[in-house]
Design a protein around this ligand. Sequence first.
Ligand SMILES: Nc1ncnc2c1ncn2[C@@H]1O[C@H](COP(=O)(O)OP(=O)(O)OP(=O)(O)O)[C@@H](O)[C@H]1O
Ligand SMILES: [Mg+2]
Length: 378
Amino acid sequence: MNNHSVDGLRGDILLVDDTPDNLRVLSAMLTHQRYEIRKALSGTRAIASVQADPPDLILLDIKMPEMDGYTVCQQLKADPKTREVPIIFISALDDALDKVKAFAVGGVDYITKPFQEIEVLARIEHQLRIQKLQRQLVTQNQELARSNRELEQFAYVVSHDLQQPLQSVTGFVKLIHLKYQDNLDDMVLDYLNRIHDAGNRMQRLIQDLLTYSKVGRQSQDLQPIDGALVLKQVLANVQGAINEKQVTLTADSLPTVMGNETQLIQLLQNLISNAIKFVAPGVTPQVNISVTKQGDRWQFGVHDNGIGIEPHNIEQIFEIFQRTQSAQDYPGTGIGLATCKKIVENHGGQIWVNSQPNRGTTVYFTLYAAGVSETPLQ
Ligand SMILES: Nc1ncnc2c1ncn2[C@@H]1O[C@H](COP(=O)(O)OP(=O)(O)OP(=O)(O)O)[C@@H](O)[C@H]1O
Ligand SMILES: [Mg+2]
């Protein structure tokens, strides 16, 4: 598509009309306004012209022999190369203008003859402005997607490559401890312990980051996954915490959903870990997992009796590294829910939270039921 800002022209417009006089009038008017004008006397020529070089806008007569304006419009809209060019229909007052059809076939506006010059110009300017904004949006979206991919790649490479040197650090600390512990004074032993703990925390952070960046990289071939088996696996993984805190955990019987097994385990495990973790001191965690059918999806809820989340923090907690003030006393890096969000969205579902401070939190998410939609994503 042309960019006319350089040569001082305001836009490249194709005029399509089978009456040469009509073309002449419009063309004179628009050239006077510094638009670049092309003309076509038939639908076939119009299509050829647009395919050769898409203009910024088309003014299209409806009533033409051979091929009428609606058909021309339909054909242009069916071709990805010419689809985006906005089309304004022109019709004589005595023609039966089918406005509904004009929009249905993909027109953006219509003008009826005889027209007022000022009105035509306003409508053209309006469409060109929309067109320009749309192009900007598309470019910006592409740019955003690109930089997101780059960031993900960066997170992956960095976390992956950090693992090795970190393992050396923690490995040698262990070695020193093992070999020399009897010869070291308490202060050095304390320092070694601290290096060891910090190393472990860093290891976890790296693992979580890797998981986060991997979610977007895996291809999404979703399969029917038994929710009950996912829960069983998760409970096995968090058994230690459940025993230690004497958690009461209840659950509806979980359905089969369309998913990626590893990711669904990560999802549920993150949510259950949060539900167990964020309780006030001395409170026994009570966790309940509910499911309800909503059309072709299942809605899951992970409920807890924990410290809750202040309303003004609700928005941010799904962003990576975001933790609330009240979470400062609990371990964690703020990657869990960001990973959950990515997983759920990869599965074509939604995730959100309901919470009352000091009462408890429910994180809801939806997943496609198995057998309904094998490929929920395009
Ligand atoms: N069930 C919950 N109850 C109260 N606050 C919660 C709950 N789940 C999440 N939050 C809040 O949302 C923040 C983000 O959660 P997220 O799981 O991403 O991070 P984290 O648990 O702090 O760390 P990580 O999961 O990476 O170990 C938490 O730090 C906490 O402030
Ligand atoms: Mg968490």
